[in-house]
Design a protein around this ligand. Sequence first.
Ligand code: GCV
Length: 616
Amino acid sequence: MTEKNYPKYTSAWLPYPMPGKAASPKDAARLELDAGLAYYGFDTPVILREEDLGEGYRIEVSEEAISIFAKEAGLLYGAFALLRDIALGKKPESCVQQPVYALRMLNHWDNMDGTVERGYAGRSLFFEGSRFDYDPERLRMYARILSSAGINTVALNNVNVHAPAQHLIDDLLPEVVEVAGILRPYGIRLLITVDFASPTYNGLSTADPLDEAVIAWWKQRTAAIYQQIPDLAGFVVKADSEYRPGPITYGRNQAEGANLLARALKPFGGTLVWRCFVYNCRQDWRDQKTDRPCAAYNTFMPLDGQFDDNVLLQIKNGPVDFQVREPVSPLLFSLKHTSRALELQLAQEYTGQQIDLYYMQEVWQEIFDLMPRNNISAICAVTNLGRDENWAGHDLAMANLYAYGRLCWNPDCLGEDMADQWAKLTYGKDCPAVDTITHMLHQSRSTYQKYNAPLGIGWMVEPHSHYGPNPEGYEYALWGTYLRADRNGVGIDRSSNGTGFAAQYPEELKKLYEDPTTCPEEMLLFFHRMPYDHVMKDGRTMIQRIYDDHFEGAEGAEQLLASWKTLEGQLPGDVFARVLDKMEKQVINARNWRDIVNTYFHRYSGAEDQKGRKIY
Ligand code: GCV
């Protein structure tokens, strides 16, 4: 099913010629080593040796040779790690490595009509015209890119299962089998995202998880799938969320729904990935008691201990929805008897849509600074990839995919400068542009946050598209996303005097967030309703801080553009031009955010900017 006229695509951070087709991970490891070592001019022989270290590997370096001991995908991980060191100019050293998490997942939100929900890199890599449609060569390249960073599991289809994707588990299964076969030699396994109501599309009158016929249907279907794809990682489900069917639809609870599928998967060693993004998406804005961030905890905590051991609850990093600033979800601290996966979003839905630059390492660092890494047993991210020739739409957004893969392998890598590594691997360690690119990546998050919704408030975006400012776009909507700004102040009191959300945290964090004097200022308006003249730690009023941040943020975007312009001639012309185009758009977006947010708060507060800058 090769697509005609498929665009040429970049090789991401594996610049050496793409090796031929591999039959197994061991085969792939040999081919990658042969191609990579020749490209980097490294002539010490590298020998692959079988040793069962799970997915891990051991490298032994001597004067005469380097040996990689591992089995299957471990050999490939060892090969890629060695090639990475060589590309970065590091002297290979003996070491033993094991991944911290067994499931290192990507979720594509791809629809079979070829669109990608929250996709900013072109159309789907896998689907078009309601059928599978892909370039097998590109899928191999995709698989080796993921594998080289450490990712080992992917779900191809959207968690919102749109027709005909419900048939991936029956009529379309042969084509899923083909994709699984392309990815397998790179150590990548598939998850299938299923529709909880599937039995009802197949002649049953209900999908009630306690109904005998429903239980039998899932068992039979799952067994048939495993006959075709014995290494399937499992199913992903979005249930009772944003109009998707789920157990609540049938009067049952989330554990009863999850266990139905988990039990069907159990005999085959499969995992049921069950999303916790459950909230009331039909809230009346006049209802001041219902508070969306409380929802996931309130739904899942009472069920802790009732989920089967092969259920993995997938929890978004924040309690709302990948906003530009959110605290870490309290569920990630509180569940004690259920396995958890952290869900991140590489797709920049609220963080610039791969037009604006936004490098995420710092975001993840903050999560792991608060949350011990063994609070979770897996990591997942919504991918930022599509058919664009540079994979992620914005060439520099690939730094997030690289850093993400490394994070899933071992969060200790957050101590390394992965932006610098990515730039060196992608453009060559001696490329003169590397330092500027690395610096830009590190500046990008604070720049974006300064011109976006201030101090943790979130949700000032254009409804539906989620790009660009619209402060009250969601204010009177059904989604539970309110700022509640008026002339006296802005924000929602989520302390014990308010909605009580802060009390969902362990005692120490609860105390920190409850009190506006100790609450981290970046999240002040997430937890508290504050007057505009509230005095911040540095002595400025809150309104002045909002004005200053927005002027600085827009200037920051201009500086990023100026930095990029200095790189002309230091990078391939097409890379330079593509990023230039994005950065020019980012400057326009940043100015819009600056002017609209400042004007909005100026009109409510009546406070003048102490520096007399232009507010409309
Ligand atoms: C896949 C948000 C996004 C939706 C997404 C949903 C989810 O609401 O805007 O596009 O749907 O999160 O994570 O399920």
